[in-house]
Design a binder for this molecule. Structure first.
Ligand code: AMP
Ligand code: GLY
Length: 423
């Protein structure tokens, strides 16, 4: 088969790496890809949100299956366009992608189908939002309705901060139309976990659990990032909790969508808060999580392409089980100086080969590019150094040993990835 993967981050490197191990695959393309992906796939210079450019490429290259990494193309309806053109593509259609593209849609669906989630109200008027914030007090959470590249959520510690978020979203319009409507909700306390499933709308297969680390500094301090590392399995997700999440969150939302006439095919990501009252859904994403994918796929023993094809063909029932490596996996993100603010680029990365020579280590590239024989930094999150170990401690130890071999000017990373699992 000829496969096209869309995207350019660590998640897409992990997808390409796993897809390359499939016995079904002869050739992989990645649009636009990155310096690490280029070793496994032919990178093509088409942007990840250029729906018609990607469609034309897939037609011309006779692609048998397209796999979409990031959410933007999904929300633009890439799946609908590919299906219209008779091409196979793994991912939800535009209506289903609203689950991530509109927080209002997502929260209202959760409410309608009884998915446990934070209490909330929707506003299209800043005055009314502020009045509500005064009433419920702080802490509270303010969310822009639309896609905002992961920056549309403010967990406000004070009423002033919450009002500031309302003003910047609705009056200063920092996210454009994405902030026309907002959700104001109750702040939940607890540990977070990420649960992903693959579904064809009827059958559902859970992937291994994971936990990511969103803040830039150790002990969850500092600004939010796209993710500074992850580990799998998330030990706080016990078998009982997983059953509860599947029953109360995953099945209810997939069945709810079906009742609305929307069949969900692809991977569904639920961000879960494990509260004292039980698991509650924080959000849904309609794609693989990043960096969760980097720690889940190295543990997956089943053929991912077979599973994605079955979901795309609505024959997931044929896949009885997913098989997992019982070992733990840890991913430490090496970021550019300044990230998550403005950061430097074009720094040469040294030590990659030495790190990758280590047993059970794979280095996923997130923001890199090839320049001659050199690999240069090209993004905020640069590498996801990933290691497997018999225990989480062992995986942490091996991964940080690999990180110590790598350097580039300004490189920074968290020193406590996975530590929560031991505590
Ligand atoms: P979201 O994009 O909705 O997942 O929000 C991003 C992050 O904001 C989540 O991973 C949580 O850390 C935090 N968050 C979102 N909603 C809430 C909430 N109701 N209570 C506490 N934290 C939240
Ligand atoms: N790791 C969070 C996300 O992929 O949105």
């Amino acid at each position: 088969m000829r496969i096209l993967v869309i995207g350019s981050g660590g998640r897409e490197h992990a997808l390409v790496w796993k897809i390359a191990q499939s016995r079904l695959v002869a050739k992989i393309f990645c649009a636009p890809g990155n310096g690490g992906i280029a070793h496994l796939a032919e990178c093509v210079d088409i942007k990840a949100d250029d729906v018609f450019g990607l469609l034309e490429f897939a037609r011309k290259e006779k692609i048998d299956l397209t796999v979409v990494g990031p959410e933007v193309a999904l929300s633009l309806g890439i799946v609908d366009e590919f299906i219209k053109a008779g091409l196979k593509i793994f991912g939800p259609n535009k209506n289903a992608a609203n689950l991530e593209a509109s927080k209002v849609f997502s929260k209202q669906l959760m409410q309608k189908y009884n998915v446990p989630t934070a209490d909330f109200k929707v506003f299209d008027d800043p005055e009314a939002a502020n009045k509500y914030i005064e009433k419920i007090g702080a802490p509270c959470v303010v969310k822009a309705d639309g896609l905002a590249a992961g920056k549309g959520v403010v967990v406000a510690k004070t009423v002033k901060e919450a009002r500031g978020a309302v003003a910047s979203m609705m009056q200063d319009k920092i996210f454009g139309d994405a902030g026309k409507k907002i959700v104001v909700e109750e702040c939940l306390a607890g540990q977070e976990a990420s649960i992903m499933v693959i579904t064809d709308s009827k059958q559902v297969l859970a992937l291994a659990s994971a936990q990511d680390h969103k803040r830039v500094f150790d002990n969850d301090q500092g600004a939010n990032t796209g993710g500074m590392g992850a580990y799998s399995p998330a030990s706080i997700v016990t078998a009982d909790i997983l059953v509860e999440v599947m029953e109360k969150v995953i099945y209810r939302i997939i069945d709810g969508l079906a009742k609305e006439g929307i069949g969900y095919r692809g991977v569904l990501y639920a961000g879960i808060m494990l509260t004292k009252e039980g698991p509650k859904a924080l959000e849904f994403n309609v794609r693989f999580g990043d960096p969760e994918t980097e720690v889940i796929l190295p543990r997956l023993k089943s053929d991912l392409v077979e599973v994605m094809l079955a979901a795309t063909d609505e024959e997931l029932i044929k896949v009885k089980n997913l098989y997992w490596d019982p070992r733990a996996c840890v991913c430490v993100v090496c970021a550019s100086g300044g990230y998550p603010g403005d950061y430097a680029k074009d720094k040469e990365i040294k030590g990659l080969e030495e790190a990758e020579k280590l047993k059970d280590i794979v280095v996923f590239h997130a923001g890199t590019k090839k320049s001659g024989d050199k690999i240069l930094t090209s993004g905020g999150r640069v590498l996801g150094v990933t290691g497997l170990g018999d225990t989480i401690e062992d995986a942490i130890h091996k991964t940080y040993k690999a990180v110590s071999k790598i350097n580039f000017e300004g490189m920074h990373y968290r020193k406590d990835i996975g530590a929560r699992a031991i505590r």
